[in-house]
Design a protein around this ligand. Structure first.
Ligand SMILES: [Mg+2]
Length: 166
């Protein structure tokens, strides 16, 4: 179903080609936090992710974390470490937080892209807000219990889907 379809499927956020983002006219990269930038079993982004975000900034684009995580202090700390804007308590797949992020960062939907590791939160929210999406694989197998349940449905949607970089 198109509403659950991402623009691209790439193994990890740090594999996304920054020139491709520029060629799309992206001015702001919206990023899920947990298991997209920061592994669920860790509190900090791996060096490769930090390096990638730095290169995004060097290319003249901004970044903003859009997180469903209710631990707003942790989310804000990550955003500060990653030199990114932040919207927490996002309640994805509802598109409100994505739209709030676009307003905050001063970009239109077609000037943004949302990168996340879940179909039923990140990809769906991006599609509802009219923002392109990249689905990445979760950084680690640690997930919240209800995420594990959603992953079952996700496996059906993603059956046969290939991810670039694998
Ligand atoms: Mg996530």
């Amino acid at each position: 179903m198109a509403i659950f379809g991402a623009t691209r499927y790439i193994h990890a956020i740090e594999m996304i080609d920054i020139d491709w983002l520029k060629s799309l006219g992206v001015r702001c990269v919206l990023m899920d936090r947990d298991n997209t930038c920061v592994p669920r079993d860790s509190k900090v982004a791996p060096p490769a992710v930090m390096d990638w975000i730095e290169r995004v900034h060097d290319a003249g684009m901004t970044t903003c974390i859009v997180s469903n995580n209710f631990h707003s202090k942790q989310v804000e700390r990550s955003a500060a470490e990653l030199d990114s804007g932040v919207i927490h308590h996002a309640m994805k797949p509802f598109p409100f937080a994505v739209r709030a992020a676009l307003r905050k960062m001063g970009v239109r939907p077609d000037e943004a892209i949302l990168i996340g590791d879940q179909v039923y939160t990140d990809v769906w929210a991006g599609n509802l807000a009219g923002v392109r999406t990249v689905l990445v694989r979760p950084q680690c197998t640690t997930d919240l219990w209800y995420t594990h349940i959603m992953r079952i449905g996700e496996r059906i949607i993603l059956h046969g889907q290939t991810f670039e970089g694998e």
